[in-house]
Design a protein around this ligand. Structure first.
Ligand code: PMT
Length: 443
């Protein structure tokens, strides 16, 4: 991966239980050669010790707006703001989101962020309980911050410190650093002597051509004008569960993250969405019609029952190719006289193939190919044998652990072309896939 030349970064830390991860986040940034200047809010001190942060960052931690040690004339924030290449706030609290959305400079961190020149990317990783994250005031502030061009690293879904389960967890430290690197490599913010407005134009052009920058206003404009607006799409996601007996089953590791990213992108392009989903660990969008299934047979029926009025199908589900022919009700008892239990596996119906082979002229069908070897040729075979319009190939290997990961490396294959993408967030993959679908569908 290309390296950034200047790596002075501010790490803003706010009051959140996940602030205890900050020293390790500093360590991860330092491992990637960043010079980290921690700036923490007063309330954050309840969750992480300044001594730990200064020790790992090797820089004095700033927390007081009027710290005489730091700068005698009180203008340290201006000086520092012009010295850095990036600003990361992780974790960012609901309070700081609100202050930044409204330009309130009542502490060292918010004053510094407001003082940053336009070319310095601001990357925010909010973390809080899911009820706070879902609050309209918080969501509104996120929208405002995105409109400033700030990058938001979405919190993850999972168990929260309150014991509740929902969206609000701070992503793992190495994921945050990976995201920061990705944003900075795409960003025009590396300091130059160019005038501000030249930098601004470059910034806008960069956003226009950059599918990865999901936060950009221009991307939103593109979505508003999507030719898919008002069309109907069915997405399958998650894994199927094939019963062995009433307590055991065959399944796989699909989390539904890839399908969710596609679903969210579909909704933001104004598409009328149906999701047929198996087992998953993500929160599904309430804007979609949601159909829950368990087995591949159930998924097949749900898709067939909803196929006629769809314009687009995207099959991300990891459907079991085989089911147990001799599955039983109740629980299979352990046989003390035999070391073996034979399960007869028979093939499930191929949902993608049935849809592809029976599609109408105006229906567009996208399948996925999950391959561990000969990816390209297997994906091309799937395109033909399943009569799909597009296959999204994701190879699974040590560089691309696709399941339950936030990142994926995909190639898009149609009968006319093949396009390889770098490893990027599943969100960015979803944007790329929809951009290519828009080129392929009949208007
Ligand atoms: O959910 P995540 O954790 O984010 O992981 C994402 C993913 C790995 C599940 C996703 O990116 C992916 O690759 N999904 C397809 C997995 C798969 O089953 O691949 P396949 O090559 O075995 O199947 C090819 C295509 O046929 C797929 O579109 C699949 O949905 C479809 N299929 C397969 C079997 C079957 N009986 N019916 C089908 O429709």
């Amino acid at each position: 991966m290309a390296k950034l030349q200047n790596k002075n970064i501010i790490l803003g830390i706010c009051a959140s239980i996940s602030a205890y991860k900050s020293p390790n986040l500093v360590r991860c940034l330092k491992k990637d050669d960043y010079d980290v200047q921690c700036v923490i809010t007063n309330s954050a001190k309840e969750f992480v010790a300044e001594a730990a942060l200064s020790n790992v960052s090797k820089n004095k931690v700033i927390s007081d707006l009027f710290d005489k040690d730091y700068s005698a004339d009180g203008a340290w924030h201006i000086e520092l703001a012009h010295k850095v290449e990036a600003c990361l706030i992780a974790p960012c609290s609901a309070t700081t989101l609100g202050k930044l959305a409204n330009g309130i400079c009542d502490n060292a961190l918010t004053t510094l962020v407001v003082a940053l020149p336009k070319y310095v990317p601001v990357i925010i990783a909010p973390a809080m309980d899911y009820t706070m994250w879902e609050h309209p005031a918080v969501q509104n502030n996120i929208k405002i911050l995105k409109s400033f061009g700030y990058h938001i690293i979405e919190p993850e879904h999972g168990e929260l410190s309150s014991g509740l389960v929902g969206k609000g967890r701070l992503p793992e430290e190495n994921k945050i650093v990976e995201e920061v690197n990705r944003i900075l490599l795409k960003s025009p913010s590396q300091k130059t002597n160019k005038k501000d407005d030249e930098i601004e134009i470059k910034h806008l052009n960069n956003k226009l051509s950059d599918e990865i920058n999901v936060e950009s206003d221009l991307a939103n404009l593109k979505r508003e004008n999507s030719i898919l607006r008002g069309k109907k799409c069915l997405i399958t996601l998650g894994s199927t569960i094939e019963k062995i007996d009433d307590v055991r089953f065959i399944s796989n590791h699909s989390s539904g993250k890839m399908g969710l990213a596609l679903a969210e992108e579909a909704i933001s392009r104004g598409i009328d969405l149906t999701i047929v989903y198996g087992s998953h660990s993500v929160e599904l969008p309430i804007e979609a019609k949601l159909i829950k299934v368990q087995s591949a047979d159930e998924m097949y029926s749900a898709v067939m029952n909803n196929k006629d009025y769809q314009d687009l199908f995207i099959m991300t589900a990891a459907v079991a190719d085989y089911k147990v022919e001799n599955a039983i009700d109740g629980k299979i008892k352990k046989d003390e006289n035999s070391n073996e239990l034979i399960l007869n596996l028979v093939q499930n119906k191929d949902i993608l193939k049935s849809i592809g082979q029976n599609k109408s002229q105006n229906q567009y069908v996208v399948g996925f190919a999950l391959e561990s070897e000969n990816g390209e040729s297997n994906a091309k075979n799937k395109l033909l044998s399943k009569n799909a319009d597009m296959i999204v190939l994701n190879n699974i290997n040590s560089d691309n652990q696709v399941f339950n990961n936030d990142f994926n490396k995909i190639s898009i294959i149609t009968s006319k072309y093949e396009k390889d993408f770098p490893k990027m967030s599943k969100k960015a993959c979803a944007i790329a896939i929809f951009d290519e679908i828009e080129k392929g569908v009949k208007r």
